[in-house]
Design a protein around this ligand. Structure first.
Ligand code: BT5
Length: 245
């Protein structure tokens, strides 16, 4: 809360002990919330992933959402903004000594398992202003993950065997986000493309995109996944991607 008061970007901080989902909370209350509000919850009872999937709630984690009100509803921005957010989180985790990687488009991986997911959503226009909600879930200090996700997910603590200061992680994420957000607005994803590529685990791998097997060749100027299938180049801007190692 103290940090938000001095932040050049973030305007308001809302702390909730329990909520269905921080993204849903913002959706339902956005007309009362200022631009650049951060909503944090200690527990989510109906945390959401993409395509109505569930985000399993882990104790001592980070579950938060950022509301950004934009003057124009700009569908094109949502994927690059998710990529930018992933990049920021990856930077911060690395600063805290964790060797994390990014899986296009919205996951952070650690030792081959998912440790963070990002859910960006566009919400409808309210008085001519469209909004983007960026939901961030990071598994931090839980010792382990529940059975249902144990093969695919992990926590920072499970991998490093020590606790992390969640407040410091959040402040560092906000700082890093606001430090580079103006570059994102000015130059778009291309400004961050080299850094993104250097941490992206999909590159040069055979991947499954919506069930189709392809080779991931590149990340494009606007963050799209550039793949090759049967000698043809295919650009993917969203969708389900599975990596085959
Ligand atoms: C995501 O979706 O990874 C986006 C997750 C975003 C969660 C945050 S928490 C704050 C905010 N409020 C919300 O309600 N959501 C956001 P997706 O790429 O669709 O991945 C979902 C899949 O990840 C699930 O189907 C599981 O396989 C897996 N999963 C579920 N819970 C997990 C967890 N805690 N850690 C790692 N993987 C998990």
């Amino acid at each position: 809360k103290e940090y938000i008061k001095s932040s050049p970007l973030f305007k308001e901080f809302i702390y909730l002990e329990e909520v269905d989902s921080t993204n849903t909370y913002i959706k339902q209350n956005q007309q009362y919330l200022p631009d650049a509000t951060l909503v944090y919850a200690e527990r989510q009872t109906r945390g959401r992933g993409r395509l109505s999937r569930r985000w399993v709630d882990l104790d001592k984690g980070i579950k938060m959402s950022i509301l950004l009100k934009l003057l124009l509803l700009d569908l094109e921005k949502i994927v690059p903004l998710t990529l930018f957010t992933g990049l920021v989180i990856n930077r911060v985790l690395r600063k805290h000594g964790v060797e994390s990687f990014i899986k296009w488009s919205n996951d952070i991986y650690l030792n081959g398992k998912k440790v963070c997911g990002i859910l960006s959503e566009l919400t409808g226009e309210v008085e001519g202003v469209g909004s983007i909600i960026i939901g961030i879930g990071i598994n931090v200090n839980a010792k382990s993950v529940p059975e249902e996700i144990k093969d695919i997910a992990t926590t920072l603590k499970a991998e490093t065997l020590h606790d992390f200061d969640r407040t410091m992680l959040i402040i560092d994420i906000l700082k890093e986000f606001e430090r580079d957000f103006s570059n994102f607005e000015k130059y778009g994803f291309s400004y961050f493309r080299d850094e993104y590529k250097s941490f992206c685990i999909n590159l040069r791998k055979e991947i499954l995109v919506n069930g189709e097997r392809m080779l991931c060749k590149d990340i494009g100027e606007n963050g799209e996944l550039v793949c090759e299938k049967d000698g043809k180049i295919i650009e993917i801007s969203s969708g389900e991607v599975t990596i085959r190692f």
